[in-house]
Write a protein that binds this ligand. Structure first.
Ligand SMILES: [Zn+2]
Length: 280
């Protein structure tokens, strides 16, 4: 039996470099139609159950408007419902979600940020990147927000989105995207029409943002497998989700074996900070 490589491409775990504390891992999960409709205005009990099946905890979701506003999330579930197209956080256990049918969902994962979000480094961002958002610079704005919080070494994971095979595009709009990201975004559909190469445009935006693409868009939402929701191809109102979150890889406290000097250095704030992180 063939291993489900196409499904594996929808789930990623990236280690985050940390300073002295426990290691952290960034998880990225893209859904397909098999995971059900995750649009934010769907029936709440079903939506809650579908979210829980992916990752527990209050999600930060966004009222996406194809713009370039980025919100900073300082607690699990904070800023949920914001009118924005990207969210960033350094908080462990704070899932960030964007929703798509043909647009690209992009996860940014970064080291650094020590002191900004807790005892250790690591930050993540969720970005909703359709052509309008790309033209508005949403990817670069999200990268800026991460770097403002101390991020280094940005890596990007790109989700399933509509590919040029299926993305017939008006010439005037194509010119606009090409004006920002170059003629490499011009393509043709399988039927020979003008098309936008959305994965190429996302790639150019990530290059401009100085982020390394560790996983490119794995499939076309209109014609790829496993089946995805596609507004363009099928008029679907249902949505995929991308959810990204930071998880502490090891729960126990870092050992301190430096003897008396280490103990005196710890000070009164040591146990307090440890108990705070232990609850997460
Ligand atoms: Zn296609």
């Amino acid at each position: 039996m063939r291993p489900p490589a196409e499904t594996a491409a929808l789930s990623h775990a990236l280690p985050l470099a940390s300073g002295t504390g426990p290691a952290r891992v960034a998880h990225v999960r893209f859904t397909s139609a098999a995971d059900g409709d995750l649009r934010v205005d769907g029936a709440q009990p079903a939506l809650d159950a579908r979210r829980r099946a992916l990752v527990a905890g209050p999600w930060t979701w966004l009222r996406q408007v194809h713009g370039s506003v980025v919100v900073t999330v300082d607690a699990p579930g904070a800023a949920a419902g914001s009118r924005a197209d990207a969210a960033v956080t350094a908080v462990v256990g704070a899932p960030l979600a964007v929703h798509t049918a043909d647009c690209a969902a992009v996860a940014l994962v970064a080291d650094g940020g020590d002191g900004a979000g807790g005892e250790n480094g690591g930050l993540v961002a969720a970005v909703h990147a359709g052509w309008r958002g790309l033209a508005a610079g949403v990817v670069e704005r999200a990268a800026d927000a991460l770097r403002d919080a101390g991020a280094t070494g940005l890596r990007a994971v790109v989700g399933p989105c509509i590919h040029p095979c299926c993305y017939e595009f008006g010439v005037a709009d194509l010119d606009r995207v090409a004006g920002r990201y170059g003629d490499g975004v011009r393509a043709v559909t399988t039927t020979g029409r003008h098309a936008l190469d959305l994965p190429a445009a996302v790639g150019q935006a990530l290059a401009a943002a100085d982020a390394d693409v560790v996983a490119p868009s794995p499939a076309c939402t209109a014609c790829g497998t496993p089946p995805f929701f596609s507004h363009r191809a099928r008029g679907d109102t249902a949505r995929q989700a991308m959810v990204v979150w930071i998880e502490a890889a090891f729960r126990e406290r870092p050992s301190r074996v430096t003897g008396q000097q280490g103990a005196s250095d710890r000070g009164p704030s040591g146990p307090l900070r440890s108990s705070k992180s232990g609850k997460q």
